[in-house]
Design a binder for this molecule. Structure first.
Ligand code: HEC
Ligand code: HEC
Ligand code: HEC
Ligand code: HEC
Length: 190
């Protein structure tokens, strides 16, 4: 019995190592790449506020909301790292948003903010349409409903727009999952 346990434990360590090693050099690639194969989700996402989320950092935009949250409505926050980490995609990470001049295509809260950085998993999706979910998960792909933590890095404590400012900002995981983008039937089963 003990031998079985130790074999299982070492297997888990090996798997964890590969997951970390694989996930280490994945990069953010931007919504345009996902759009090519997921047009329906792209169109639905484009109608949400997440698509335009970067604009909220511009002076004069959402002035009343900013004032209420203790921010300066006339200030230009478009290069403030404190705001960029939540209003862009992959800020400060490999391939992620740097500045609006260098990486305009990663502004806003894009697919990869919820589904993970796509350089490796999108290649797997391209190579084999009937890929296994475990394969893409091993290289950083995320099924959002499985873990609230990914959302909470932005919807949690240090957002100026928390439920302390207004109850409407409260993050209800189940409700929010449904409001992300319209969902469509997948062509392939996994
Ligand atoms: C070359 C085409 C291609 C690209 C590029 C691509 N995908 Fe996919 N993706 C697929 C295919 C094929 C499936 C299988 C389901 C289907 O047929 O729609 C899939 C499935 C998915 C699923 C659902 C998995 C499941 O079964 O639950 C998600 C989420 C997803 N892709 C996200 C992304 C994101 C985010 C990007 C961009 C970073 C991306 N994909 C890029 C082809 C692609
Ligand atoms: C990179 C940061 C980030 C992550 C990660 C993130 N969000 Fe958000 N989300 C935002 C921001 C910023 C907004 C506000 C958009 C705006 O008004 O500027 C938002 C808005 C939303 C909205 C409202 C969309 C609309 O158009 O009304 C929903 C729903 C949502 N997020 C759900 C989620 C869920 C579920 C997760 C986790 C799977 C998640 N978010 C992860 C930053 C993030
Ligand atoms: C920890 C992540 C985080 C940080 C940091 C952050 N935001 Fe946000 N911001 C969010 C989320 C999440 C929302 C959406 C809240 C919701 O709808 O529940 C949001 C919403 C907003 C809104 C829209 C509010 C509304 O009622 O429509 C504005 C404007 C905004 N943020 C500006 C900023 C500015 C300016 C900064 C920097 C000073 C900043 N944010 C920093 C996560 C963040
Ligand atoms: C705010 C988080 C969030 C963002 C941003 C987001 N998704 Fe999703 N996506 C979800 C959730 C939640 C599901 C449902 C699966 C689940 O329950 O985890 C999903 C499901 C999917 C699926 C499976 C089929 C379907 O329609 O449900 C695909 C494909 C997909 N997303 C692609 C994309 C693409 C492409 C983008 C960018 C254009 C994107 N997603 C942006 C949260 C997000």
């Amino acid at each position: 019995m003990r031998k079985v346990i130790s074999v299982v434990v070492s297997f888990m360590f090996v798997m964890a190592f590969f997951t970390i090693a694989n996930a280490a050099d994945v990069k953010y690639i931007g919504v345009k790449k996902c759009k090519a194969c997921h047009m329906k989700q792209y169109k639905a996402w484009k109608k949400t506020k997440m698509f335009k989320s970067f604009d909220n950092l511009k002076p004069g935009v959402k002035a009343a909301e900013k004032t209420k949250a203790g921010l300066d409505p006339n200030k230009d926050y478009t290069s403030d790292p404190e705001c960029l980490k939540c209003h862009t995609t992959g800020y400060g990470k490999p391939g992620g948003f740097k500045s609006i001049a260098e990486t305009p295509k990663l502004a806003g809260v894009q697919c990869e903010a919820c589904h993970g950085p796509g350089s490796k998993f999108s290649k797997i999706m391209k190579k084999n349409k009937k890929f296994k979910l475990a394969e893409v998960k091993a290289v950083g792909w995320i099924l959002p409903s499985e873990d609230e933590k990914g959302c909470m890095t932005c919807h949690g404590g240090d957002s100026p727009f928390s439920e302390k400012v207004d109850p409407k900002y409260k993050f209800n995981f189940k409700e929010r999952l449904e409001k992300t983008h319209e969902h469509f039937k997948l062509k392939y089963e996994h």
